[in-house]
Design a protein around this ligand. Structure first.
Ligand code: ADP
Length: 252
């Protein structure tokens, strides 16, 4: 029994140490770059051409944004995990919310094509609309980020009355995800080591947050993908129960 407890504590401590080490590493890389370029600007600023100054300042700004994203993601991840995230539920038809996410992401990935298809008369689902949009934006951002320029990202909304579900599918033409990695990528800080992942920025927290937010709203997330064949992330949410005002009155 004592052995079991000791092992448990050791595992927890190990997880904490791993966490501190990963976060420190994630913080150190952009901070080192910011300090390096700030030092160069201070020590030899007057010898630099205007183009060089602009380039260095742009890197400082990009690396600061990377730090802000990381800290925001860390805060959201811990709030979600500790159950401290507040959810404000509304019964809404999700189509227009998804449409505005696509418009937003389109501005960031101008060479990608985005296709949006929806079955008619989609029924409402019970969601926190801000958190729902955070989920859709994370998935759309990944779909574009991990697929080549000029490729297509397709978003489909379907519903199954018999299963009582609204289904949202986000499909890309990227490098795909092997079955082994599909089990890993929802874990904190998990990134697939591939030539493409190494060139795009990320901290491995997006899907962890996405899965947790989805499940807190009674939804589910899954992946259909094969290595080299693109990926489809599938979200399902239960159709909201209709509060029939007549039956409510009768009960009263
Ligand atoms: P990040 O994008 O910040 O690294 P995520 O948690 O959003 O973190 O994703 C975890 C990892 O899953 C990514 O680093 C990437 O390797 C892989 N991944 C996510 N979405 C896709 C996708 N659509 N296609 C291929 N790989 C993906």
């Amino acid at each position: 029994m004592a052995d079991g407890n000791e092992k448990e504590i050791t595992n927890l401590e190990q997880a904490q140490l791993d966490f501190i080490s990963t976060v420190s590493h994630e913080l150190r890389t952009p901070l080192t770059s910011i300090r390096g370029f700030a030092d160069t600007l201070l020590s030899s600023g007057d010898r630099l051409t205007p183009e060089q100054r602009e380039k260095f300042l742009t890197i400082i700004k990009e690396q600061s944004n990377r730090l802000i994203n990381l800290v925001e993601n860390l805060l959201t991840a811990s709030k979600v995990k500790l159950g401290e995230e507040m959810f404000v539920y509304k019964s809404v038809v999700p189509v227009s919310y998804i449409d505005s996410c696509i418009k937003l992401i389109k501005q960031k990935y101008q060479t990608h094509k985005f296709v949006f298809e929806s079955e008619p008369k989609i029924l409402p689902i019970l969601i926190d609309t801000d958190k729902f949009q955070q989920i859709i934006i994370n998935l759309l951002d990944n779909a574009a980020k991990y697929s080549p320029e000029n490729s297509t990202v397709t978003v489909k909304i379907l519903q199954s009355i018999t299963e009582n579900l609204v289904k949202i599918e986000i499909t890309d033409e990227g490098e795909g995800i092997s079955e082994e990695n599909q089990n890993k990528i929802f874990k904190r800080f998990s990134r697939i080591d591939s030539p493409l992942t190494r060139t795009v920025q990320g901290n491995g927290l997006g899907l962890f947050i996405t899965k947790n937010l989805t499940e807190k709203m009674n939804g589910q997330i899954s992946i259909k993908s094969e290595q080299g064949e693109g990926s489809t992330f599938v979200l399902t949410f239960p159709i909201a129960k209709v509060e029939d005002p007549c039956s409510k009155k009768l009960k009263e």
